[in-house]
Design a protein around this ligand. Structure first.
Ligand code: FES
Length: 93
């Protein structure tokens, strides 16, 4: 069995099922990917699209692991602060 030698600090699962996609899920996914790239966080965080997570009425949904925290009805404004909320500040060595 192979393992990643460096796993990310956290993983954001963005629901892009049909209902969440209509309510902005795909845009949130693009936004989070763009912010991670812009702030050079790609080695620290992973952004993954998922299918329906069976919470359609509360979409768009962003689940953050390993804390297992589910954010409901996420707006672009909320998504803007999510990366900061979960990533610990990088301290120089
Ligand atoms: S489409 Fe996102 S929870 Fe169903």
């Amino acid at each position: 069995m192979k393992h990643f030698s460096r796993s990310p600090e956290c993983v954001f699962y963005v629901c892009c099922g049909s209902k969440c996609k209509k309510s902005g899920g795909k845009q949130l996914y693009k936004q989070l990917k763009g912010e991670a790239k812009h702030h050079h966080l790609k080695s620290r965080v992973q952004i993954i699209k998922t299918g329906c997570t069976d919470r359609c009425k509360m979409g768009p949904i962003v689940a953050v692991m390993p804390k297992n925290e589910w954010h409901l009805q996420v707006t672009e404004e909320m998504a803007a602060g999510l990366l900061n909320e979960y990533l610990t500040p990088h301290r120089p060595k």
